[in-house]
Design a protein around this ligand. Structure first.
Ligand code: SAH
Ligand code: SF4
Ligand code: F3S
Length: 444
């Protein structure tokens, strides 16, 4: 039987898309291969949001050359996702042993592309835009208990540094009924957690005049019987008081919010075209903490945007301290060709950026560690994700606030059989990036 292997880079959209690529391939009769070197069809689902992601792709693809030139000339290598969308046929010039290039809007064309590759034709097919939602395609979910559900595709914001709008296209919202129907099917199929996906979920429904918006969608999904509802990502300028109220009032919506602020100074925020000021962000964060006092807040931050001064950076540090994020993802600014920021002068010297990045990373680590230490002794509902990747005698579980808790697999229990169960655990130890815990006896 022919087999496939998918390597996924980038964000949750790509993870979701990869589940659909797997679904489409399995419908065609292919089976998953545990190892990349044994697969007949190898797919790279790519990201180009930062230069490092790009470079990794081309490095990994070229390391497969040996496979094709050494005894397995029939292996099919496909490059999809955001690099496929951006580069199209140029991928062949960078990596001549690639057979198929596809973009972010045409996963459904994969069977036809495979037909062409199997008959020896190299094909690049990239649609300029599309109305297909990945969630409408067949799927092979990575975890039986979790599902990604796309609610919007594309992005209508034009953050000056960001390539995403040009590879994912304009923002389109999926029909409300299609989303709720899919969630209903997932619940019937045993899914206990769904993550609603969009580059900016808060603008859901903006392009469907008179239709329900994100707060109503949360209401509907929250009352579908699914135990946990999460979503990503929220743009601060579009997070409405109604959405905050929905998060507060709907028990299934988890007390965790990822709210990227990107930069702390008004000058940088304006240059980034983010559409809010630091004062607006701070007051939004305060109103969220007022409404939901124990919420966990996380964020994305870019260091070294063109023109960033020491004073601008001090304001980023200050904002992080004031909000006291439970977690933050920090990135070094990476110029992306074709974005407005790429042609801005005044780039910040590499060593200066690295020094700022290190200072920020150490603050973020301290905040996460402090937040984790405050959890010791608490008793929490934790969702079992499965065995920990590093130690199969330990279960990886998540609290409602999305904190990772490692709990020893109970005697006689199987880690895989417990995946998807919600159990009660006591937090016994804190580390910078995870917690240790034990199950409360009566729950296992
Ligand atoms: N739509 C989401 C996520 C976009 S990409 C949002 O708006 O929040 C995820 C993160 O990558 C962004 O939040 C940003 O912090 C980072 N990012 C995007 N473009 C970047 C670039 N050119 N250089 C460095 N980081 C970047
Ligand atoms: Fe990129 Fe901004 Fe859109 Fe997020 S909101 S995807 S950062 S353009
Ligand atoms: Fe990367 Fe594309 Fe996501 S560029 S961050 S995989 S939308």
């Amino acid at each position: 039987m022919r087999s496939y292997y998918i390597r996924t880079f980038g964000c949750q959209m790509n993870k979701h898309d990869s589940e659909r690529v797997a679904g489409v391939l399995e419908e065609r009769g292919l089976v998953p291969s545990p190892a990349i070197d044994d697969a007949d069809v190898i797919i790279f689902n790519t990201c180009c949001v930062r230069e490092t992601a790009d470079e990794r792709l081309y490095g990994q693809v070229s390391s497969l050359k040996a496979l094709k030139t050494g005894g397995r000339p029939d292996v099919i290598i496909a490059v999809g996702g955001c690099v496929g969308q951006r580069d199209g046929e140029l991928v062949f010039a960078h990596a001549p042993h690639v057979d198929i290039v596809f973009g972010t809007h045409n996963i459904h064309e994969l069977p036809a592309l495979l037909d062409a590759a199997e008959s020896g034709r190299r094909t690049a097919s990239v649609l300029p835009s599309g109305d297909r939602f990945a969630s409408d395609l067949p799927s092979h979910r990575e975890d039986a208990w979790h599902a990604w559900v796309s609610i919007t595709v594309g992005c209508d914001n034009h953050c000056a540094y960001c390539i995403v709008p040009s590879v994912r296209g304009a923002e389109r919202s999926r029909a409300f009924e299609d989303i709720t129907a899919e969630v209903g099917r997932l619940v019937a199929d045993g899914v206990v957690e769904v993550t609603l996906l969009g580059q900016n979920v808060n603008s859901y429904g903006r392009d469907r005049y008179g239709q329900p918006r994100f707060a109503e969608l949360l209401q509907a999904v929250g009352s579908s019987g699914v135990a946990r509802v999460r979503f990503a990502t929220s743009h601060p300028k579009d997070l409405s008081p109604r959405t905050i109220a929905a998060m507060r009032d709907i028990p299934a919506v988890m007390p965790y919010l990822h709210l990227p602020f990107q930069a702390g100074s008004n000058r940088t925020l304006a240059a980034m075209n983010r559409g809010y000021t630091r004062e607006q962000y701070l007051s939004l964060a305060a109103s969220i903490r007022d409404a939901i006092p124990d919420i966990a807040l996380s964020t994305d931050i870019i260091v070294g945007f063109p023109g960033e001064t020491e004073d601008d950076f001090a304001q980023t540090i200050d904002l992080v301290e004031r909000v006291g994020f439970e977690h933050a993802f920090t990135f070094i600014y990476s110029p992306r060709e074709g974005t407005p920021a790429a042609s801005m002068s005044d780039s910040v010297p590499r060593e200066v950026v690295q020094d700022r990045f290190d200072r920020l990373a150490s603050l973020v680590q301290t905040l996460s560690y402090d937040a984790n230490r405050r959890q010791i002794g608490l008793v929490q509902d934790v969702l079992v994700e499965g065995p920990s990747r590093r130690d199969p005698t330990v279960l990886a579980t998540r609290t409602p606030h999305h904190r990772l808790v490692h709990v020893p697999v109970p005697d006689g229990a199987s880690a895989d059989a417990l995946a998807g169960r919600i159990l009660v655990a006591r937090i016994t130890g804190a580390h910078p990036w995870f917690l240790s815990g034990e199950f409360v006896a009566s729950t296992v």
